[in-house]
Unconditional design. Structure first.
Length: 239
C-alpha cells in the first residue's frame, strides 16, 4: 500500500488534483490543501474553502475496496464523525448521504468521485471538507444559517492537523483494515442519522416521504402512500 500524502498550500480542488495524479499513474494516498480556489461540492456547487480554517482533503481508495458509492461516502462520513466525537466529545449527526451536522448545522461535506479505466471502476476519490476554525461571520450570507464549524460548536481553538490525522486513521481502519462489517457501518450510520423516522422532502422528485431506514448498501429507505422504495442519489431535506 502506497502511503504518499501530498500537502498543498493552495489548489483548485483536492479532488481534481488527486484525479490528475491518478490519471498520470501516480500512487497517492491523500491530498490535503490549506485553501481551495474552487472546491467541488455536490450538485455542481462550490464548496466554501477559505484559507487556513478548514480541512480540504481527498483520500484515495483503490478498486479492491470499493463497495457501492453510497456506502463509501457514508462510511467516510462515519470515519469523520467518529474522529470529531473522539477528539472533541461532541455529538454528530449524519445527514444522508454525506453531510455531518453539529447542532443541526453542516460542519462537514463529502463528495466521492469514481475513476474508471476501460469501463471498470479503479479508484474512489473521497473528498472531505470540514469547517474547522471558521467564525460565524466568515460564512457567506447564504450559508450563515445552515453551516457551522468545530470552533463555533466547541468554543475552543482547534488543531486541524490532529483532526486530519484522526480522520485518515479512521478511514484506514474502515477501508484498509476493515474493522467493521458493512452491516456495522450501516448500523453506526443509522445511530447518527438525522433523518430516520422523520418526514423528508426529496428535492429532485418534489415529493414528501417518511424516512424509514438505511439500506444495506447505504441507500435511504423511504415510504409514501404508494409504498416503500430506496433512494440512491439526490438531495433530501428534513421536511
Ligand atoms: C458537499 O457537501 O457538497 C460536498 C463537499 C465536499 C468538499 C470537499 S473539500 C475536499 C474535496 N475537494 C473538493 O473539491 N471537494 C471535496
Amino acid at each position: 500500500m502506497e502511503d504518499k500524502i501530498i500537502y498543498l498550500d493552495e489548489v483548485i480542488s483536492t479532488n481534481i488534483y488527486a484525479a490528475e495524479k491518478i490519471k498520470n499513474g501516480e500512487n497517492i494516498k491523500c491530498v490535503i490543501a490549506d485553501f481551495q480556489t474552487s472546491g467541488s461540492g455536490r450538485m455542481g456547487r462550490i464548496f466554501h474553502s477559505p484559507r487556513g480554517v478548514g480541512i480540504y482533503m481527498t483520500y484515495v481508495l483503490n478498486t479492491e475496496n470499493i463497495k457501492t458509492l453510497n456506502l463509501i461516502t457514508s462510511a467516510a462520513g462515519l470515519a469523520a464523525a467518529e474522529a470529531i466525537e473522539e477528539i472533541y466529545g461532541i455529538e454528530t449527526k449524519i445527514k444522508w448521504p454525506n453531510d455531518i451536522l453539529l447542532s443541526g448545522k453542516k460542519a462537514c461535506g463529502i463528495l466521492t468521485k469514481l475513476i474508471t479505466e476501460n469501463g471498470k471502476i479503479k479508484f474512489a476519490l473521497i473528498g472531505i471538507g470540514v469547517n474547522v476554525s471558521n467564525e460565524k461571520n466568515d460564512f457567506p450570507e447564504e450559508l450563515k444559517q445552515i453551516a457551522t464549524s468545530l470552533k463555533i460548536e466547541t468554543g475552543k481553538e482547534i488543531d486541524k492537523n490532529i483532526l486530519t490525522q484522526k480522520i485518515i486513521e479512521n478511514l484506514d481502519k474502515i477501508f484498509i483494515e476493515k474493522i467493521f462489517s458493512e452491516r456495522k457501518i450501516v448500523d453506526e450510520i443509522k445511530k447518527r442519522s438525522s433523518m430516520l423516522q422523520k418526514k423528508v422532502f426529496v428535492k429532485n422528485e418534489g415529493k414528501e416521504y417518511f424516512a424509514l431506514d438505511i439500506s444495506p448498501d447505504g441507500g435511504l429507505v423511504v415510504k409514501d402512500g404508494e409504498g416503500e422504495k430506496v433512494i440512491h442519489s439526490g438531495e433530501v431535506e428534513l421536511y
